[in-house]
Ligand binder design. Structure first.
Ligand SMILES: [Zn+2]
Length: 188
């Protein structure tokens, strides 16, 4: 299951194969542009101050996800922080004619990154209040730590992708076992 807040939290790309340097995709204008096309409104380019706030929210979401995956709950100050971010992007209620029908819509009050961050925080808040938070996971590959939602019936999904991180870790375990066995033989 993909969601806005998870895509945002996973903007820190890690070298899951070999643990090389990470790439902060929030720094990339093309990543920001493709991310904001998921929203239903036009967004201005972020300035330095907005980027700083975006990084802060991303790092907090990663930390919250790690805490939730470890069975810990959010603290009062975390809820306060999320409320502050959501207040930074108010919406306007509007009744619109859609042919003969009428639609009630929520329109963003602004077009800056405060609005984007408010939507991301609201998506996370929606997950906290409406979904099963015990299914939040961080990939068990220590070089990856990708955030995902475990929607398997058995609730035992450990890797963001079994074919990628899952196989890689299987190979690593196999190699470690072979090495340990070879070590034992040498010393016996
Ligand atoms: Zn992974």
């Amino acid at each position: 299951m993909e969601s806005l807040w998870m895509d945002f939290a996973n903007s820190m790309w890690r070298d899951w194969k070999s643990g090389g340097p990470s790439v902060d995709r929030l720094e990339q204008p093309q990543w920001r542009q493709s991310f904001t096309t998921k929203l239903q409104y036009a967004v201005n380019e972020a300035d330095q101050e907005e980027l700083e706030r975006a990084r802060l929210l991303r790092d907090r979401l990663l930390r919250y996800a790690g805490n939730l995956a470890a069975g810990e709950l959010l603290e009062g100050s975390d809820i306060e922080y999320l409320n502050k971010v959501m207040a930074g992007g108010p919406v306007v209620r509007r009744l619109m004619a859609d042919g003969p029908a009428l639609r009630r819509v929520l329109e963003p009050a602004g077009s800056g990154w405060g609005q984007v961050l408010a939507d991301v925080a609201a998506d996370f808040a929606g997950m906290l209040s409406e979904q099963d938070i015990s299914r939040i996971r961080c990939c068990d590959n220590p070089d990856c730590r990708w955030v995902f939602y475990d929607d398997t019936r058995s609730r035992t999904k450990r890797y963001c992708d079994d074919k990628l991180c899952g196989n890689l870790m299987k190979v690593r375990r196999h190699r470690a076992r072979r090495k340990a066995e070879a070590h034992k033989e040498k010393n016996s």
